[in-house]
Design a binder for this molecule. Structure first.
Ligand SMILES: [Cu+2]
Length: 201
């Protein structure tokens, strides 16, 4: 894996895992100004959630910095995978803990209850030999994901009867058998009705 020493933050995010490229080739949100970063991040979830969410971006040292304070407990990040198209993510507090753990390559997610995450612009993952694998896996093939949302809590295909690969059923367990296993739901969050008054702040 190519790393440009100071700036490139290589993330094995166990989501639409990818390389968060802030250095090297122009990818993801590299070169974007603050306003565009915020706008891009807000595209990750329905407006009634993302407009009141905190906006955070990697600070280049393995942490995140806040570009905009939030009021509803959600956080949006403008790009996860560092590919040619930004793939913004928005999540509640638990989902944000989950993704921070993934970014820091912790052995397991820190959230203690399920989190909900949105990727309203879709994202990317990598597949090899009939399994969804980490993006830096040799010989893995990149697959574009449609708009989706996620339950960021360990899923188990044996109990849930969900598949471990995307299929026509529309929901599956990603990273089955790892601490970062979670449920992926291929449903466009921007077409979902608000879940209730708690999300309407
Ligand atoms: Cu996922």
């Amino acid at each position: 894996m190519k790393r440009s020493a100071t700036f490139a933050l290589s993330l094995a995010i166990a989501l639409s895992i990818g390389t968060y490229a802030w250095g090297g080739a122009k990818k993801g949100v590299q070169g974007m100004g603050t306003d565009d970063l915020i706008k891009t991040a807000q595209g990750g979830a329905p407006a009634h959630i993302s407009m009141n969410a905190a906006i955070m971006v990697p600070d280049g040292t393995g942490g995140f910095k806040t570009l905009k304070e939030g009021t509803n407990g959600f956080t949006c990040i403008p790009d996860i995978s560092g590919q040619e198209m930004p793939d913004p993510f928005c999540g509640d507090g638990q989902a944000t803990e989950w993704i921070m753990s993934a970014v820091k390559k912790d052995p397991r997610p820190a959230n203690s209850t399920p989190g909900i995450g949105y990727m309203a612009k879709g994202g990317f993952h990598w597949e090899k030999d009939g399994a969804v694998v980490m993006p830096d896996t040799m010989g893995a093939k990149r697959v574009k994901e449609p708009p989706h949302w996620m339950i960021l809590w360990p899923g188990n295909a044996g109990i849930s009867a969900f598949q471990t690969m995307p299929g026509k059923f529309g929901a599956y367990v990603m990273y089955e058998g790892t601490p970062f296993a979670h449920i992926m739901i291929y449903q466009d969050p921007s077409k979902m009705m608000p879940a209730g008054p708690s999300l309407m702040k």
